[in-house]
Design a protein. Structure first.
Length: 93
């Protein structure tokens, strides 16, 4: 959880319009802006590196995303939201 709530500066390839900005992921608003940027501009590797799945589900309704990004991710969010807390952690097979 410590990494999920760290202070992060995205590389210029992701945050070209505000390069150098420090996102404090413990702050919900900063975390939302970073998640929006990564989901819109990032690769699969960027998503794995910068986004915590549980925190993404928590923020999902508050994120400002284009329709194509939201429609691509909604099935994943819905599937995780439908799982029990234990199933969502992957601790049960």
């Amino acid at each position: 959880m410590e990494v999920a709530l760290a202070a992060v500066v995205l590389p210029v390839t992701l945050n070209w319009s505000d390069y150098g900005r420090v996102y404090r992921l413990a702050n919900r608003s900063d975390r939302a802006r970073l998640y929006e940027t990564v989901l819109l501009e990032g690769t699969a590797a960027d998503v794995v590196r910068y986004i915590d799945g549980v925190l993404l589900v928590d923020l999902w309704q508050d994120l400002v995303l284009p329709a194509w990004v939201r429609s691509a991710w909604t099935p994943v969010i819905d599937a995780v939201g439908a799982a029990s807390p234990i199933e969502a952690t992957g601790l049960v097979s």
